[in-house]
Design a protein around this ligand. Structure first.
Ligand code: PLP
Length: 432
């Protein structure tokens, strides 16, 4: 494809004018690499968009999808079911921390945000506390692009165009001076969770439904929680009867060397959102994992058995082809031992990524599992320009590295070799 014929597609979260002048067209993929329209092999340093840890074009997923398309391509999501949706739900709750024992399917992370927060607000109504409606997010949080997601998210550029959103407030983020260049979890800053106590006091607990957080904030540049911070948040939520929602759209299914951040950090939320890696990115699918007592509250208060307990869902909730892709994707994670691989190689990646400290313009490096964020010093008045320049230079060198805000982000495929780690990190260093 040349530069003509590109006008019609209004590209998402993209600098359309710049892209259409200098397009970056990916036409195929193989393992940890993309292949461009001019035949270059590009290392996929973000696993797609944190989606494709097991590597691209996995035959197991292709075959499962093809088989499903030839068996049951679609069935109505409302008032009817198909076997795979139940099987996958059982499998997800078996993997998740024990009390998360129900699954509500969506098609994306954004829909998970809306679903979990709608369930939170409706839950409090069902149990007789209808004033508990406010949702607390965090500065630097990212939960997607729906009305709920931009309301609870905390990235300024994603919020400023839209006017009034859904009732919310925000805690601060956890990037504090003194924690720069921390390897893994910062040891100081757990007390930042106490800010939640103040926000709940400000609005009164009788008005607060839930807190939604990414255990590790991804889009803001891999912001890793201080040790103990999430536990403290859990305690404060318990004390004030506020539900805790973990947005694990990036962290679930291996990215941090565990099935979930909830398991890795030993903090169990009331609801846990997943998407992306659940199908290795091959087919859109999201899911909210939910505590049994929330589900039970709806079952117990809905009246006659033929009443719909939760008037919510999507045409493609539990899409059979997506469920098939998810089953195959979970098989791959288990059979190839990819989560164990990420856990085993994370210390190596940590050592290597921190070797960039001292390179020009780097003001912070953060890492956990196979995720890393690098903050770059801004040009005066242009905080987002340098990461873009570095990432585009990496692209020229054969590496896809994500740029967002004042950060570069790496989310390596789970199959990345040590030599590939070296080469992508060297490409960043050379570009700087
Ligand atoms: N939540 C988190 C933590 C994400 O990183 C993302 C996407 O990057 C989303 C939600 C939104 O997911 P989607 O783009 O599938 O709606």
């Amino acid at each position: 494809m040349g530069k003509s014929g590109m006008d019609a597609f209004w590209m998402p979260y993209t600098a359309n004018r710049q892209f259409k002048k200098t397009p970056r067209i990916i036409k195929a993929a193989e393992g940890a690499y993309y292949i461009t329209d001019d035949g270059r092999r590009i290392f996929d340093g973000l696993s797609g968009l944190w989606t494709t840890g097991a590597g691209h074009n996995r035959v197991e997923i292709r075959d499962a999808v093809a088989h499903q398309l030839g068996t049951l391509d679609y069935s109505p999501a409302f008032q009817f079911g198909h076997p795979l949706a139940f099987e996958l739900a059982e499998r997800l709750v078996a993997l998740a921390p024990e009390t998360l024992d129900h699954v509500f399917y969506t098609n994306s992370g954004s829909e998970c945000t809306d679903t979990a927060t709608k369930i939170a607000r409706a839950y409090w109504r069902q149990v007789g506390q209808p004033t508990k409606t406010k949702i607390i997010g965090r500065v630097k949080g990212y939960h997607g692009a729906s009305w709920g997601a931009i309301s609870f998210g905390g990235i300024p550029a994603n919020k400023k165009l839209w006017g009034q959103g859904v009732d919310s407030d925000h805690m601060g983020h956890t990037l504090i001076p003194g924690n720069e260049f921390t390897r893994g979890l910062p040891q100081s800053g757990a007390e930042l969770a106490d800010e939640l106590e103040g926000i709940i006091a400000l609005h009164d607990a009788s008005n607060v439904a839930a807190v939604i957080v990414e255990p590790i904030a991804g889009s803001a540049g891999v912001v890793v929680p201080p040790a103990g911070y999430l536990k403290r948040m859990r305690e404060i939520c318990d004390k004030h009867d506020v539900l805790l929602i973990f947005d694990e759209v990036i962290t679930a299914f291996g990215r941090i060397g565990d099935w979930f951040a909830a398991s890795a950090f030993d903090v169990v939320p009331d609801m846990l959102n997943v998407a992306k890696q659940i199908t290795n990115g091959a087919i859109p699918l999201g899911a909210v994992l939910i505590k049994g007592d929330i589900y039970d509250a709806f079952m117990e208060t809905a009246g006659a058995e033929y009443n719909i307990e939760l008037p919510h869902g999507y045409t493609y909730s539990s899409h059979p082809v997506a469920c098939a892709a998810a089953m195959a994707s979970l098989d791959i994670l288990e059979q190839d031992g990819l989560i164990e691989r990420v856990a085993a190689l994370s210390p190596t990646f940590e050592t290597k990524i921190h070797e960039l400290q001292g390179s020009p313009h780097i003001s912070d490096i953060r890492n956990y599992g196979f995720a890393a964020g690098i903050t770059l010093e801004p040009y005066p008045g242009e905080p987002t320009r340098r990461p873009m320049e570095v990432a585009l230079s990496c692209w020229e060198k054969g590496f896809y590295v994500r740029y967002g805000g004042d950060t570069l982000q790496l989310g390596l495929p789970f199959i990345t070799t040590e030599a590939e780690m070296d080469s992508v990190i060297n490409a960043i260093g050379d570009s700087l």
